[in-house]
Design a protein around this ligand. Structure first.
Ligand code: NAX
Ligand code: K
Length: 479
């Protein structure tokens, strides 16, 4: 099953792998033609009723594969208003090849002439709300025929995710849907076929620019804000919490606060950039500080726990107690990771170990990412938390979903890049589910490193990643 939103992301990732949408449309159209062949023999009258989006584009392609049928292609609206270049090019190919094309500028003029098969290509996953005119009248006209109705991707007017229609919808006999089943189609009284359109599995497994679509959607659980992040870190390592906090800002958090030892707060630069300090006394985290940390954590959407805390016994005891009583969302990094397997917690954790830290947690060791994928997924399921295992290929898994990230380069083994990753993951965890947050953070952090190295060669500093982060998350894919 795939949602409409995820489908759009996978489609963009496929394009980034070199399989552009136009090729997918060619496969989709071919699949629609096969569905028509299954419904009627050559020579039968086939009316393709097309909207101006890519759903209509699929039907323009189908017409070329149905040259041995009596095909009529109806376009609702003027050709100049076709919404995408690829749909417009395919419409142009039909007119140039002298197909029977009809431009319907007034829906009252849609004359379907009693066809054997109607192809419903008015709207697909791009629909929002109830069908407007002229699509509504066209859907009613389709429902008024005695023809076998073959819907492209989803019956027009039906929400692919829920199966519900906000008003009039096409009543399809058959649906040919692309790449994977859509959750809403189960509920329909229609025969549904899933057509493979040549999207490689890599477009789903590997992170890509399409994953960034998650960030443009309104974050409904958080009333439209980007979330507030608390970094709990510092002790023997003083720079780590500042790096993590700045990365969280660059990855879009509205507000970042840092809980660190006063000794760290006083001595470190990098806190001046809009970060808010909430120091505790002394030079490392201890159990005495937990009231302060809990109170702060409860007021934030996500916590980043670990950067620079160190592995002093008193600090690890405090981390353990903190997690045992915490029920929010946290990224856990560095020395705090070793505590996670021993703690019973209601918190939602995104743990970010490298290979060595994973073994320290009792996790699997596997060099090849393919072997690691299954082993990490199993270990995440045992832990009951999400893992982002850093490596040449990062593996992100929670036991149900697994993703792999290929951005990044050997220059990023320098100290501090892990703190940047943890901070970015914290910002994303404030609004996204843990697998998506981990996958996006790994993608953006690695891409930031690739861009720095492309520009200046190796010799990268972790802080060089910070100014790159916003563009990797929100800028053009090819910048
Ligand atoms: N990966 C993908 O996403 C693929 C998509 N393909 C096709 O592309 C379709 C999605 O294409 P689009 O995103 O262009 O969207 P649609 O073709 O579904 O809709 C296009 C336009 O319809 C208009 N519209 C929206 N709601 C409306 C309403 N209630 N009443 C009237 N008009 C309305 C909007 O202006 C929208 O842009 C899929 O359903 C599928 O058929 C395939 O070609 C292959 C791959
Ligand atoms: K449709």
């Amino acid at each position: 099953m795939i949602t409409a939103e995820r489908m759009a992301a996978v489609d963009e990732n496929a394009a980034a792998l070199g399989v552009p949408r136009k090729q997918l449309m060619e496969s989709s159209g071919n699949a629609v033609a096969r569905a028509v062949r299954g419904a009627a023999d050559p020579g039968a009258a086939v009316a393709l009723v097309c909207g101006r989006g890519n759903n209509g584009g699929d039907a323009f392609v189908a017409a070329r594969f149905l040259d041995d049928y009596d095909v009529t292609v109806h376009l609702l609206g003027r050709p100049e208003t076709i919404g995408t270049d690829i749909a417009r090019e395919n419409w142009g190919a039909l007119t140039a090849a002298d197909f029977d094309t009809r431009v319907v500028s007034d829906s009252r003029d849609l004359a379907l002439d009693d066809p054997d098969v109607v192809v419903d290509a008015l709207l697909g996953t791009g629909v929002t709300g109830a069908l407007r005119q002229p699509e509504r009248a066209a859907a009613e006209a389709i429902n008024g025929t005695a023809a076998t109705v073959v819907a492209v991707d989803v019956p027009s007017g039906v929400d692919a995710d829920t199966g519900e229609a906000a008003g009039v919808a096409v009543d399809a006999d058959r649906v040919v849907t692309f790449h994977d089943a859509k959750p809403g189609l189960d509920a329909l009284d229609a025969a549904v076929t899933v057509a493979d359109i040549g999207i490689p599995e890599a477009a789903e497994l590997f992170t890509g620019p399409g994953d960034r679509r998650l960030l443009s959607r309104p974050a409904d659980t958080h009333k439209g804000d980007f979330g507030e992040v608390l970094v709990v870190g510092g002790g023997p390592y003083t720079g780590a919490p500042a790096l993590a906090a700045q990365a969280a800002m660059r990855a879009g958090a509205d507000l970042v606060r840092v809980a660190c030892p006063r000794a760290v707060a006083d001595g470190v630069q990098g806190f001046e950039e809009g970060l808010i300090l909430r120091p505790f006394d002394g030079d490392r985290l201890r159990i005495d500080h937990l009231d302060h940390v809990h109170e702060l954590a409860a007021a934030h959407d996500a916590v980043v726990l670990g950067p620079g805390l160190g592995d002093h016994e008193a600090t690890l005891a405090a981390v353990r107690d903190f997690l045992a009583d915490f029920d929010g969302r946290a990224v856990v990094d560095a020395d705090a990771l070793g505590v996670v397997p021993d703690v019973d917690t209601d918190a939602t954790l995104l743990c970010t170990p490298h290979g060595g830290e994973l073994r320290g947690m009792g996790g699997p060791s596997a060099d090849d990412w393919r072997d690691r994928l299954d082993a990490v997924a199993d270990f995440a399921a045992d832990l009951g938390h999400t893992l982002l295992v850093k490596g040449a290929y990062d593996v992100i898994a929670d036991g149900e979903r697994a993703r792999v990230n290929r951005t990044g380069n050997p220059g990023m083994t320098v100290g501090g890049t892990g703190d940047v990753l943890a901070g970015a993951a914290g910002a994303l965890l404030a609004t996204q589910d843990p697998v998506d947050a981990g996958a996006l953070a790994a993608y953006a952090n690695g891409l930031a490193g690739d861009r720095v190295v492309d520009r200046q060669g190796y010799g990268l500093l972790a802080s060089d990643l910070l100014p790159e982060l916003p563009r990797t998350l929100w800028g053009g894919a090819d910048e």
